[in-house]
Write a protein of this length. Structure first.
Length: 229
């Protein structure tokens, strides 16, 4: 990591195969995943880092970059002895998850992509000015990162089991983006939930059902828990 990029404040809970969480822009682990964290950690080692400016992580002193953010999220698990893991990404976190699978194939065992996209459309870009005005300045770098994002070229390189969860009443990221993710990733599973954007908060039980079913279906060989470096 560069000197301008802070070490991510990270919590680790549970035991079992690794599960690395990647939250959404201007969100946090607490804000995006609090209703489902305990259940996710019931049979897994859940590694939960907050991005710069979120939770207890200091603000970055330079614009955010997707590769650097991805590497830092991955490093948050490796530094804590979890060397192989599924990545569960939400919204912006789905791009982190996809990029992690491509940049760190030796570590990523599976992907769960919720309410995601590969690149922003005009609808999402149009929301950014008002969104930026509504959040603390510490979170502005999350929003400023969005226009530069594009992982469409990564999708065909994803070679791990993937579940895509679409939110069909999403006012921020239309669920057509989730369909495109599923179409672009070879063998991806796809499911829909009638929910707005933060489905883990709005419909936690309905979201947990397909996610836990998918994670439980992974083979032990794929999920072999690493001991880090």
């Amino acid at each position: 990591m560069s000197d301008s990029f802070p070490t991510l404040a990270t919590t680790v809970t549970g035991t079992g195969p690794g599960l690395l969480l990647a939250h959404g822009a201007t969100g946090s682990i607490e804000g995006n995943f609090a209703p489902v964290l305990r259940t996710l950690a019931a049979a897994r080692t859940v590694v939960a880092p907050d991005y710069p400016g979120s939770g207890q992580t200091p603000v970055a002193h330079a614009p955010l970059d997707l590769d650097e953010l991805t590497d830092s999220v991955v490093d948050s698990a490796v530094r804590r002895g979890v060397g192989r893991f599924a990545v569960l990404g939400f919204s912006l976190g789905t791009l982190v998850a996809v990029r992690a699978a491509v940049r760190h194939p030796e570590r990523v065992t599976a992907l769960v992509l919720t309410a995601g996209f590969a690149r922003p459309d005009d609808h999402l870009l149009g929301l950014l000015p008002d969104w930026r005005a509504e959040v603390p300045a510490a979170l502005h770098p999350h929003i400023d990162l969005i226009p530069s994002l594009d992982t469409t070229g990564d999708l065909a390189e994803v070679a791990v089991p993937t579940l895509v969860v679409a939110t069909t009443a999403d006012s921020m990221v239309p669920h057509a983006h989730s369909r495109a993710l599923a179409a672009g990733i070879r063998g991806a599973r796809y499911t829909e939930i009638d929910s707005d954007h933060v489905v883990m908060v709005e419909r936690p039980e309905e979201w947990l059902t397909p996610v836990l079913g998918f994670l439980d279906s992974l083979s032990p060989a794929d999920e072999r828990e690493g001991a880090g470096e």
